[in-house]
Design a binder for this molecule. Structure first.
Ligand code: GLY
Length: 564
């Protein structure tokens, strides 16, 4: 019922747009931006109208999200961008947070070696050195067409003039105020003077954030990583016994990395390499599934679902053991994305029986909403951007830097803080993803571009912590295996398995009763219809079809696609 209600909301929003093609699809010819925030998508589309390319639009949308969608949009976190340029070349930019130089392998353990609960998620020690500003500026400088001011000014205006809080945002402030209000600067931004959370209809004005964005516009990297902003951030670290120093900030750099590439049924898959696990797992799972007639079995069939679950189980088991920051730990990427390896890894697959995730202790159900956010952009020239960015959990550490107005991430929890101990998403890890000074924590963010005949077909990605990768997998398979329209490919119910804990999470109406019965008869245990949040993922996506651009905002979120 909730899902249907959300679909109706999106239908209403799309119906207001003159170019709505279907309840959830927006059409355009010259460009398309799909993000979690209608205001941010409008900023991106406006940049395209002013002659910017997809990179300008993605960067402007990114800065705007830091203002209009503060639970995940950010300048105090990190992200990944996959860019396919009109000339056919593909690059990725890694601006994931790094562990501060003073970070230590066991920094979240007590003297007995036990995890100190909450330290890696809700403390100043939880904060990784932010990468977003370096990434957005580097990407813009290398590939953008417009001046820096053109991609930051809209965000400054939104922060300085404010905007009206809607029901969606008001609900977030209400839910997260108990943790936000522990920090006076956070309360000052997201609550009324009497301490009540800002409500729908109130105006959210972020003057300190506008000043910080202004310094970034004027001074580029130095507007964030040196000078006043850096000093304000480090002063807050010192107040809260955090680790980030001026030197950590001054030495932060984004990294250009070769994408992960794979193929699936004649399509090319281009996605993010480590320190994201997303691209590797996506390609690995597609490789395992390619020999199977998923389309023939049919969407939602027990046969297809069984195969997808078994592929997910094996890929996430590999993630826990093998994956981490490749600058610090040797990761067998080439093997993991190799079709021969997938065949070998799937050789024990039994079409009639579920296998078991064994040996390592159970993970936990996330007790707080994961909140990353994804932007998909295409322009009329074929430049395509998949951009996913995060503070980790909703509102990150909940700490707004006093005087600078932006939230700090709690990304340190994405490290494996103790071997085989679940993080906030129930994900396990080992030495490959252990904490080390300057290392980047493993991510699941999966910004992805699918090419057909060398041309962009689909750009997608999602929030959702560990469920990001399986969300992207299902959107891609819905398009390629089932031939769905983009609105269906994004809107259809999703399910998720991550090896440990050994259970299948499924959205309401995701499995028919006879599919559940068939899966249980095969031995799949713990099939669990999720009751929390808005569902699995929020895959704001863009697709090119017959020379036209189609944009979809995921009905699970309150975003918007804007086309021109
Ligand atoms: N913080 C969520 C992720 O990067 O996977």
């Amino acid at each position: 019922m909730r899902y249907l209600a959300l679909s109706c909301l999106v239908m209403a929003a799309a119906a207001q747009s003159a170019d709505a093609a279907s309840p959830a699809e927006v059409r355009g010819k010259a460009g398309m931006v799909a993000s979690r925030s209608a205001l941010a998508s409008e900023v991106g589309a406006d940049v395209l109208r002013r002659g910017g390319n997809a990179i300008d639009a993605a960067v402007a949308t990114g800065f705007a999200l830091a203002v209009t969608y503060p639970s995940a949009g950010n300048i105090g976190g990190g992200g990944f961008m996959v860019i396919r340029l009109a000339d056919g070349s593909v690059v990725t930019n890694d601006h994931r947070e790094r562990a501060p130089a003073a970070a230590d392998h066991d920094m979240f353990l007590d003297d007995d070696g036990d995890v100190i609960q909450g330290l890696s998620t809700h403390s100043h020690l939880a904060v990784g050195v932010p990468g977003t500003v370096a990434g957005l500026l580097d990407v813009h400088e290398r590939y953008g067409q417009l001046e820096r001011s053109a991609v930051i000014d809209p965000a400054i205006a939104l922060a300085r003039d404010g905007f009206v809080v809607d029901d969606d945002l008001a609900g977030q402030f209400r839910r997260h105020m108990p943790r936000l209000e522990r920090y006076p600067a956070s309360r000052a931004v997201f609550a009324r003077p009497d301490g009540a959370p800002l409500a729908a209809g109130d105006r959210l004005v972020q003057s300190d954030l506008a000043d910080t964005l202004g310094r970034i516009r004027e001074h580029g990297h130095d507007g964030f990583y040196r000078g006043a902003t850096a000093e304000l951030l480090v002063a807050e670290m010192e107040r809260g016994e955090g680790l980030i120093t001026l030197e950590d900030l001054a030495s932060y750099e984004s990294v250009w990395r070769d994408p992960i590439r794979g193929t699936y049924r004649g399509h090319e898959i281009v996605s993010m390499p480590p320190p994201s696990s997303g691209g590797v797992l996506l390609v690995q799972m597609l490789n395992m599934l390619e020999p199977h007639d998923i389309g023939g079995f049919g969407y939602g069939s027990a046969a297809a679902t069984h195969r997808i679950i078994e592929a997910e189980r094996r890929a996430y088991a590999d993630r826990a053991h093998h994956l981490g920051d490749t600058d610090f730990y040797p990761t067998p990427i080439a093997t993991l994305v190799d079709k021969a390896y997938a065949a070998q890894r799937f050789a024990d697959f039994d079409p009639a029986r579920a296998s078991r995730s064994e040996d390592i202790g159970h993970g936990t159900i996330p007790n707080e909403s994961p909140d990353t956010t994804h932007v998909s952009v295409m322009d009329g020239d074929g430049n395509t951007v998949a951009y996913t960015t995060t503070l980790n959990l909703s509102y990150g550490s909940k700490i707004v830097v006093p005087g600078a107005g932006f939230l700090l991430n709690n990304e340190m929890d994405d490290f494996s803080i103790k071997p085989n101990t679940p993080n906030a998403y129930g994900l396990l890890g080992d030495e490959a993803n252990a904490i080390a000074p300057g290392k980047r924590m493993l991510s699941s963010m999966t910004p992805t571009i699918v090419l057909r005949d060398g041309e962009p077909l689909l750009v997608t990605g999602s929030p959702g912590g560990s469920t990001i990768i399986t969300t992207v997998l299902q959107v891609v398979m819905n398009v390629i295996d089932h031939g769905m329209d983009l609105s269906d490919a994004v809107g259809k119910p999703r399910f998720h398995h991550q090896w440990q804990p050994d259970r299948v999470m499924v959205e309401p109406f995701g499995f028919s009763p006879d599919t559940v019965a068939a899966l249980e008869a095969m031995g799949h245990e713990g099939i669990d219809t999720i009751r929390w949040g808005r569902g699995i993922g929020d895959a704001n996506s863009v697709m090119r079809r017959d020379g036209e651009l189609l944009g979809v905002s995921d009905p699970r979120g309150a975003g918007r696609a804007v086309g021109l």
